[in-house]
Design a binder for this molecule. Structure first.
Ligand code: F6P
Ligand code: MG
Length: 507
């Protein structure tokens, strides 16, 4: 469907949209070819089924290479040819809105989603590769490189430290913070820390870190953990004091952040528009409620999303958290249900089988206990994992309340008290990927998702987004100019972020 204002497009030069079609996506597609090639070469040639599988793999490679050619030459879009249930919807929209359009000329959002759907087509047409995820290998190897930060966070959440109550009681640092209940200063401090962690986890997605190396990743994650701690020291607008029961410095591993890192990445001032106070105020009215998290990337980002969800449960805000996953491989690192369950399994594995290999047994224990707790949430229905084809459709989220194919999803999601949208693509879909002036109010840019006039029963929503596309809204006058002077790539380099909130029709 057509956007309400001029959409970003690959024909704008220079723009990140143009860079994406001319450089980033060809590289991503080439990696898919490499992955399938490596995988079929590793097959056991004695196996009967192998020759059929190899034949199919060669066909997939041919199709993906053809796709790259079409994109690079800006050929017209063609209808999809597989039998997945969403084919008709895609083809109807192609025919209606993009009958003569092509990769660089169409809206960036549509064309990029179409690309990943075309990748899906190549696998969906096979028998042996239908459920194959060509990005899985990348997802898991980058997650492995996140070991240091994963363990530091698990320790902060789980390892018992002295609670400072004079009676020698030991509890985890997080439990000490939230022990005063939903409205306490300690819970607010934990909220700011967990929310910022959840935000900056989005800086580590794979489609940007095409050539991710461990050092860069560790640097990013170190900055992220620092961000959480710095925010609880400096960004607390209510001026409330931490409870005296706060663990002393040096008692938790994750607080051993060097000063230099903190100074280099004072992350709070990189959040160009920050509605965390509004979100906190809204949370004060939610007790044992339902929070829906529209996930973005697997690996480290998913891990910190789970940390945030865990906090919401432990602090008493949510008794149910619904996680929304993609049903097909999407934008390289996006979470599918299989990634979700796989991640929980890795956290609890020990011995030779273990995915992470901590040297420190306390870290190992912390991670395992955390994984077990999360598995219990999932088993008991406190956490619910879902997928829906709407998330990989061609629609922006303006259509969520009205699109017939999304009706069941919307009706169910309307039962939630709060929606949390993670990441860049979800943000682009919220604001319809338009060329909004940066001072456009967020509530205007999300259209029907904010409006009460339409009589929609709209939950509150928040978006945690690090900036990786040429659209940002909700900034105060002068902010864009100031940051532009400092960092010309600020809109796309993942170093800046926005947290934007809409109250919806909830009190
Ligand atoms: O390829 C473009 C893009 O949508 C960017 O906007 C962003 O870099 C990436 O893909 C996805 O980011 P995220 O995982 O945060 O949605
Ligand atoms: Mg993503």
């Amino acid at each position: 469907a057509h956007p309400p204002c001029e959409p970003l497009s690959g024909q704008d030069v220079p723009s990140f949209a143009y860079t994406t079609f001319s450089r980033r996506l060809p590289a991503i597609v080439t990696k898919i070819v490499d992955d399938v090639y490596r995988t079929y070469h590793a097959l056991d040639s004695q196996d009967q089924a192998t020759s059929e599988k190899v034949k199919e793999a060669k066909k997939i490679i041919e199709m993906i290479a053809g796709l790259r050619y079409e994109m690079q030459r800006d050929k017209p879009f063609r209808p999809l040819t597989d039998n997945d249930p969403d084919v008709e919807e895609w083809n109807a929209n192609l025919a209606k809105y993009y009958p003569t359009s092509s990769w660089f000329k169409a809206s960036w959002l549509f064309a990029e989603c179409y690309l990943y759907r075309r990748v899906r087509e190549a696998f969906a047409l096979s028998t042996h590769w239908r459920d194959y995820d060509p990005f899985f290998e990348q997802k898991q190897s980058v997650f492995k490189s996140s070991q240091k930060a994963v363990l530091a966070i698990a320790t902060r959440l789980m390892a018992a430290v002295s609670s400072g109550d004079g009676e020698g009681t030991k509890r985890s640092a997080l439990d000490i913070l939230v022990q005063g209940g939903r409205t306490s200063a300690g819970t607010r401090e934990a909220f700011l820390e967990m929310a910022e962690m959840c935000l900056w986890g989005n800086a580590t997605d794979l489609s940007l870190l095409v050539e991710a190396d461990t050092a860069k990743l560790e640097h990013l994650q170190k900055r992220m953990i620092s961000g959480g701690i710095s925010s609880s020291n400096g960004n607390n607008s209510s001026q409330q004091q931490s409870p005296t029961a706060s663990p002393k410095e040096g008692e938790q591993k994750s607080s051993t952040i060097d000063k230099e890192t903190l100074e280099e990445f004072g992350t709070s001032d990189k959040i160009l528009s920050n509605d965390l106070d509004k979100l906190w105020d809204r949370l004060q009215h939610i007790e044992q409620g339902r929070v829906d998290i529209i996930l973005d990337n697997a690996g480290f980002e998913l891990y910190v999303d789970l940390v945030f969800a865990d906090f919401l449960v432990r602090a008493g805000f949510a008794s149910k958290v619904v996680f929304h996953c993609k049903s097909i491989p999407w934008f390289v690192s996006d979470v599918m249900q299989s990634d979700f369950h796989w991640t929980l399994e890795q956290l609890v594995k020990t011995g030779d089988d273990a995915f992470f290999k901590p040297e420190d047994s306390l870290e190992q224990q912390a991670l395992q206990e955390l994984g077990r707790r999360w598995q219990t949430y999932a088993a008991q229905g406190t956490w619910i994992v879902q997928e829906n084809p709407f998330w990989t459709s061609c629609f922006a989220f303006w259509h969520l309340p009205t699109e017939p194919s999304a009706k069941a999803l919307f009706d169910d999601m309307a039962k939630a008290d709060l929606w949390v949208f993670k990441g860049d693509l979800n943000y682009r879909k919220l604001v319809y990927d338009c060329k909004w002036p940066t001072t456009t109010p967020f509530l205007e840019a999300i259209g029907p998702l904010a409006s009460k006039e339409q009589g929609l029963n709209m939950p509150s929503l928040v978006t945690f987004r690090t900036c990786k596309a040429d659209v940002v809204v909700g900034l105060a006058p002068g902010v864009a100019e100031r940051v532009q002077a400092k960092s010309p790539d600020w809109m796309v380099n993942g170093e800046y972020a926005v947290i934007s909130f809409s109250q919806g029709s909830r009190q």
